[in-house]
Design a protein around this ligand. Structure first.
Ligand code: ATP
Length: 487
C-alpha cells in the first residue's frame, strides 16, 4: 500500500542518509547556495544528463523529421569555457541587466529578493522582526547583478575583470560560426551544451532548487525566421514529453505560456515547464525549464552590440556620440541558405533546463513510503525511490543469502560479470530484509539473491523494487532479463 506523503524534510533527510546530496563544506558549517552530490547523487545526476544528451543529441536521427517536427534537423554538442571575454556579457545585455532587486529589513537586517519578500520567512531573531515581512520596515529596492566577478591574471584591476558564466547559452552563440562550418551543419540545426553556471542569488533556497552554482542543459536551435514559430511549438512539446517519458507525472508537470508582459523584450514566445515541488503550496509550480523563442536577438547582439527595443524594432543601444554602448564582435553571424538563395540571421529557439532542478524533481516524484511484509510476514514500513530504471544510480544489487556454502563466490562472479555492463552493487552484510530496504531507498530496480538452490541448479531470485515480487530465473539468463527491463 502506497502512501504518498512527500515533504521536503523527508527528501533532504533521505539525500543525506543515502549519500545523494550533502551541504557543501558541511564540516565548516556549510556555505549558502552550494551543494555536493554524494556517491548515489552523482550517479543519478549523471544519468539525468546522459538521458538528456542521448535523447536530444547523440540518439537524434538527422535524416528523418521526428514526430511533430516541421523538417529533419541535425544536433551537435559543445563544451565551451566558463570564463569568456567580458565583452560577451556586455553585448548580450547581462552586464547591464542580469540583476534582481533586493530589499533589506531595517529591523533584523535580513536581505530578501524584492519579488520573493511576500512569501519569505524572517531567518533571524523572529522576536525582533515579528509578523510577515510585508509588515516590517523594508528599504527601497536596489539592483544587484547576479554575475560572479573574478580577475584573470596576476593583476587585480578593471582590465582583468571577468565573470563566471550565469548561463551556458552565450558560449553557444559565440561559437555559432565555428560549429556551423566545422560540423557542416545546415539550418535548421541545434547546438547542445551541459555545464556549470553561476548566479550570486540573493536568497538561495529550497535545497538545490535555487543555488549559486548549478548545471544547465541548454539547446540553442537555429532556424529560419519563417519557420521559427513551428519550431517553437515543436520544442515546447518535445521537452514536456521528455520529462513524462522519464516518470514525471503529468498532473504535477505543467506547461505555462508566458503572457506578453512576462516575456523578455526580444522574445516572441516563452513557456516554462514547471513541477509541483513539495516545498510549494498546493497549486503552485516551480520552473524546471524555460523554452524561449529568442528571435535573432542573440546572434545580432554578438554581431552589432547590445540591443534595446525601440517600438517594434531591436536597435543597437548608442551613447551621445552615436557609438554602441557595448559593441558586438563585428563578425558576420548571418547564414546563407543555398536552397532558397537567401541570407538571414537565424532565429533561435532555446530549451534551457536545469540539471539540478530536474534531478530534484525526479527525486521528489520517485519518493514513496509503503509497508511490506518481512521474512516473518510482519509488515515493515519502507521508503522506496521509484526512479525510472534509466535514472536509477544502481541498476541491480547482488546478494548471497548467507556468507557460506559457496554463495558469496557465486554472487561475486555474477557481480563481476554484470559490472562490465551496468553499475551494480554487491552486499553480503546484514539480514536480507535490511539489504532489500537499503536498495529500495537508493532506488535500485532489482535485487538478485543467490541462495542454496542457486548452488544446486544455477537459478537466482530477482526481486522487483516496486512490487517486491520475486521470480526465479537461470543465472545465465540474468543479463538478457536485466537488459530487457532496464531500458
Ligand atoms: P528563476 O526564475 O527560477 O530564477 P530563470 O527563469 O532565471 O529561473 P533561466 O535563466 O531560464 O532561469 O535558466 C534556465 C534553467 O536553469 C531554469 O529553468 C532552472 O532549471 C535552472 N536554474 C536557473 N537558476 C537556477 C538556480 N539558481 N539554481 C538552480 N537552477 C537554476
Amino acid at each position: 500500500m502506497s502512501s504518498k506523503n512527500t515533504t521536503m524534510d523527508k527528501i533532504v533527510a533521505l539525500c543525506k542518509r543515502r549519500g545523494f546530496i550533502f551541504q557543501s563544506s558541511e564540516i565548516y558549517g556549510g556555505i549558502g547556495g552550494f551543494w555536493d552530490y554524494g556517491p548515489l547523487g552523482v550517479e543519478l545526476k549523471r544519468n539525468v544528463k546522459d538521458a538528456w544528451w542521448r535523447d536530444m543529441v547523440s540518439g537524434h536521427d538527422d535524416t528523418t523529421p521526428p514526430d511533430g517536427a516541421p523538417a529533419s534537423y541535425s544536433m551537435v554538442g559543445l563544451d565551451s569555457s566558463i570564463i569568456m571575454h567580458p565583452q560577451v556579457w556586455k553585448a548580450s545585455g547581462h552586464y547591464d541587466l542580469f540583476s534582481d532587486e533586493f530589499v533589506d529589513c531595517k529591523t533584523c537586517k535580513a536581505r530578501f529578493r524584492a519579488d520573493h519578500v511576500q512569501d519569505s520567512q524572517c531567518p533571524r531573531k523572529p522576536s525582533k522582526c515579528p509578523g510577515e515581512h510585508a509588515d516590517c520596515e523594508l528599504t527601497e529596492p536596489r539592483e544587484f547583478n547576479l554575475m560572479f566577478k573574478t580577475y584573470v591574471g596576476a593583476l587585480i584591476n578593471l582590465d582583468a575583470e571577468a565573470y563566471l558564466r550565469p548561463e551556458t547559452a552565450q558560449g553557444i552563440f559565440v561559437n555559432f560560426k565555428n560549429v556551423l562550418t566545422t560540423s557542416r551543419s545546415k539550418v535548421p540545426f541545434g547546438i547542445a551544451q551541459i555545464g556549470k553556471s553561476f548566479r550570486n542569488e540573493i536568497t538561495p533556497r529550497n535545497f538545490t532548487f535555487r543555488s549559486r552554482e548549478f548545471e544547465q542543459m541548454e539547446i540553442e536551435f537555429f532556424c529560419s525566421p519563417d519557420s521559427s514559430q513551428d519550431w517553437y511549438s515543436y520544442w515546447r512539446d518535445k521537452r514536456v514529453a521528455w520529462y513524462v517519458s522519464l516518470g514525471l507525472q503529468s498532473e504535477k508537470l505543467q506547461l505555462r505560456e508566458h503572457g506578453p508582459d512576462e516575456r523578455a523584450h526580444y522574445s516572441c514566445g516563452t513557456a516554462d515547464i514547471e513541477y509541483a515541488f513539495p516545498f510549494l503550496e498546493a497549486g503552485e509550480f516551480g520552473e524546471l525549464e524555460g523554452v524561449s523563442h529568442r528571435s535573432d536577438f542573440d546572434l545580432r547582439s554578438h554581431m552589432e552590440g547590445k540591443l534595446i527595443r525601440e517600438g517594434d524594432e531591436l536597435v543597437v543601444e548608442r551613447n551621445e556620440h552615436g557609438q554602441p554602448v557595448h559593441p558586438g564582435s563585428g563578425k558576420d553571424l548571418s547564414y546563407f541558405d543555398d536552397s532558397t538563395q537567401t541570407k538571414y540571421v537565424p532565429h533561435v529557439i532555446e530549451p534551457s533546463a536545469g540539471a539540478d532542478r530536474t534531478t530534484l524533481a525526479f527525486l521528489c516524484e520517485a519518493y514513496d513510503e509503503d509497508a511490506i511484509p518481512d521474512e516473518k510476514g510482519v509488515p515493515q514500513e519502507r521508503v522506496v525511490l521509484r526512479l525510472h530504471p534509466r535514472l536509477a544510480p544502481l541498476k541491480a544489487a547482488i546478494f548471497p543469502l548467507v556468507k557460506k556454502d559457496g554463495q558469496p563466490e557465486f554472487a561475486a562472479d555474477l557481480y563481476r560479470s554484470l559490472k562490465k555492463r551496468w553499475n551494480v552493487f554487491y552486499d553480503e552484510k546484514g539480514s536480507i530484509g535490511k539489504r532489500y530496504r537499503r536498495q529500495d531507498e537508493s532506488g535500485t530496480p532489482f535485487c538478485i539473491t543467490v541462495d542454496h538452490q542457486t548452488i544446486e541448479d544455477g537459478t537466482v531470485t530477482v526481486r522487483d523494487r516496486d512490487t517486491t515480487s520475486q521470480t526465479r530465473i537461470k543465472a545465465s539468463d540474468l543479463e538478457a532479463t536485466l537488459a530487457e527491463n532496464l531500458g
